[in-house]
Design a protein around this ligand. Structure first.
Ligand code: FAD
Length: 637
């Protein structure tokens, strides 16, 4: 297959304007004749549904939670980037573009990233107009803080609840359209298959999670905004319900999956405390504005932090990266935390932790200021660890947080299936091999508010999808396939819980396809995943029936998909014989232990096709070209 990214030609600054002008429009009267399906009600899905409803399309929006406002986006803490340059500290659209391409270790598409930086300024205006309560300075203008990988302050925030406040804004816009009858909301409804007719995405098969009833929904285009797949690792900072089923099943219907192994490990999470744990908690990157990261200089130093004098502490990020200090990007901060712990200098029980210390900032600014900036995060930390971070340093360790990979999309956010669009964390688009902090919210809202309203119209005007009926064999085949999948899981009645399999899969993924990877480990992981998957289909126990609420059944389907995706992630990581961003292959590192890219052979997007059960996935490459930000060894020194 040849991939056409439909990247506009001409100067990058004018590319999006030109592309929008070149796109066909749908006139208002005709918009009313089109039905669009949006799966997902997080920032990407809610903003898309609200905007498409406002434009006059008939929208059907689906989510598995009981309310759209419970989407995982609500958990986002630290902030959202925008190149407003309110601080007058040297920011610009070009600098945000530059930082993002460099931060992603030169594995993203330049034109997409430039458009993201351009849209960032509109997002803030839109959200302020909706009433999102961003933090403000004394004089009333919006306040900013810094995030990793940038030397300017461009992150807009609402305490440590930025995602919640942004989602409330998008949710209100969505509710308005629901009230007007433009959007029909389907909560507690899970998409379990994509319906493709005559090569075009024309609908979805769903399961009502309360009654168990399967349903068919047909439309003129389908938009997936279903979030990331970090929960393949079992332990992650993601909401427990986040999963890959929608994009994985679309992949099995023909959508290529791009860069599946590009996962982000966040350096500042509360360390794992035991085997019983089912979830990890993020401590926002914003804390690195004021918190200083350190470990004892001596190995195995068991003294309390207060007993370790200044000269016996190693502020290793400030020492190694004086230009960025504690605000190096996430991949760099995570690898360094692992390295000092591997040396035996980690803190806390088990030695898998480093200190994030606010004592200097509290001395300088006072406890009240720190409480104002991060109060809810400090409270959360104290509730979980029973330690008071105003008095003792936080202990943090890297954890799985975000997935840069996802369904391949072109510049118009269309997947390789015409009429199937993918937004937000579910697509692979803008972050390359490492996402900079505060840029996921930016991307989700850019996709939903400012890109899909144009590109879906362009598709409808060109493709002119006609009517389809439920009697089409493709519809019935998708419905039957979903029912068979459900029946198969319920018939096993084995001895192990879904969670026990998931936990074991997650451990394989973390050990061999996590923070560092080797060819040997990845090969072994593929073997272990296959064996565990085989056992799953013989020995998993899914109690109950499919005729009512059955959370084991919901999880069982999602974990079955995680098995297949996990294997593809390992294969992708094995095929990419280089290190870049969050993908750190131990065989490829600089003498200083930094990621060693191989631009000559790997400057491409790896897009995988699904060939059918048991067959080797097919790799298609989209070459990446850099006309503006010249690839170089990333340096934060
Ligand atoms: C703890 C935490 C803090 C974060 N903080 C920040 C931050 O400060 N700044 C930042 O930029 N990023 C942050 N991120 C990342 C950011 O929150 C996410 O990338 C972003 O919110 C994803 O939005 P989304 O709309 O793509 O997906 P989500 O918000 O995950 O929404 C997915 C939607 O899809 C629906 N869905 C999924 N599958 C199905 C299905 N099969 N059928 C029906 N519905 C389905 C769900 O119900 C949900 O409505 C953070 C992430 C975490 C985990």
């Amino acid at each position: 297959m040849k991939l056409d990214a439909r990247t506009p030609s001409g100067p990058i600054e004018q590319a999006w304007d030109q592309a929008r002008f070149d796109m066909k429009l749908v006139n208002p009267a005709n918009k009313r004749r089109h039905t669009l399906i949006v799966v997902g009600s997080g920032l990407a899905g809610a903003s898309a549904s609200a905007t498409l409803g406002e434009l006059g399309y008939n929208v059907q929006c689906f989510c598995f939670q009981d309310s759209p406002r419970r989407a995982h986006s609500i958990a986002a803490q630290g902030g959202i980037n925008a190149a407003k340059n309110y601080q007058n500290d040297g920011d610009s659209i070009y600098r945000l573009f530059y930082d993002t391409v460099k931060g992603g270790d030169f594995r993203s598409r330049e034109a997409n990233v430039y458009r993201l930086a351009q849209n960032s300024v509109h997002i803030i205006d839109q959200c302020v107009a909706q009433g999102v309560p961003f933090a403000r300075e004394y004089g009333g203008s919006l306040e900013n803080r810094s995030f990793g990988g940038a030397q300017v302050s461009r992150t807009f925030y609402a305490r440590g609840q930025t995602g919640q406040q942004l989602l409330l804004g998008a949710y209100q816009a969505l509710e308005r359209q629901i009230d007007l009858g433009q959007v029909t909301m389907f909560p507690r409804t899970e998409m379990l298959d994509l319906i493709v007719i005559d090569g075009q995405a024309r609908g979805i098969v769903t399961r009502n999670l309360i009654t168990g009833k399967l349903g068919v929904h047909l439309a003129d285009a389908v938009i997936l905004a279903t979030g990331g797949y970090g929960n393949v690792y079992y332990l992650s900072t993601n909401a427990k319900g986040s999963n890959a089923t929608a994009i994985w099943r679309a992949h099995k219907r023909g959508a290529l999956f791009a860069n599946p192994c590009f996962t982000q490990i966040h350096p500042t999470c509360i360390p794992v405390s035991g085997d019983y744990q089912s979830k990890l908690t993020l401590m926002s990157e914003s804390l690195r504005n004021d918190g200083r990261i350190w470990v004892p200089k001596k190995k195995g130093d068991k003294r309390k932090p207060s007993e370790i004098p200044e000269e016996e502490r190693d502020y290793y990020l400030e020492r190694k990266y004086p230009a960025f200090g504690n605000l190096v990007p996430r991949d760099v901060a995570s690898r360094n935390a692992k390295a000092v712990c591997d040396e035996g200098r980690g803190v806390g029980e088990g030695g898998l932790g480093v200190y994030l210390d606010f004592s200097d900032a509290i001395r300088r600014l006072g406890e009240a200021t720190i409480r104002e900036r991060y109060g809810n995060l400090f409270d959360m930390y104290q509730r979980i660890t029973d330690e008071n971070p105003y008095k003792v340093p936080m202990r943090i360790y890297p954890a799985i947080h975000y997935t840069m990979g996802g369904l391949w999309v072109d510049y118009q956010l269309q997947s390789t299936i015409p009429g199937l669009f993918v937004l937000g964390e579910a697509n692979f688009s803008d972050h390359g091999a490492n996402r900079l902090g505060a840029s996921a919210l930016m991307q989700g809202l850019s996709d939903g508010y400012f890109i899909i309203p144009y590109t879906v119209g362009n598709y409808l005007a060109n493709a002119k999808p006609g009517k389809v009926s439920e009697s089409r064999p493709e519809v019935q085949a998708a419905l039957t396939s979903v029912q068979q999948g459900v029946d198969r899981l319920l018939a096993i009645r084995g001895k192990r819980t879904v969670d026990s399999f998931h936990r074991e899969l997650g451990k394989i993924m973390w050990d061999d396809c996590g923070m560092s990877r080797t060819a040997k480990g990845l090969q072994e992981a593929i073997g272990k995943i296959r064996a565990l998957r085989e056992e799953y289909w013989k020995n998993v126990n899914v109690p109950g029936s499919d005729a009512d609420l059955n959370q084991s059944l919901e999880k069982a389907g999602r974990v079955a998909d995680f098995f297949e995706l996990g294997e593809l992630m390992c294969l992708d990581a094995l095929e990419r014989n280089e290190s870049c961003g969050g993908h750190f292959r131990e065989e490829y590192q600089t003498p200083e232990g930094e990621a060693q890219r191989d631009d000559e052979h790997y400057s491409y997007v790896a897009a995988w096709g699904y060939p059918g059960p048991g067959k080797q996935p097919e790799l298609t490459k989209e070459p990446l070209e850099f006309a503006y930000v010249h690839p170089s060894q990333r340096s934060y020194k």
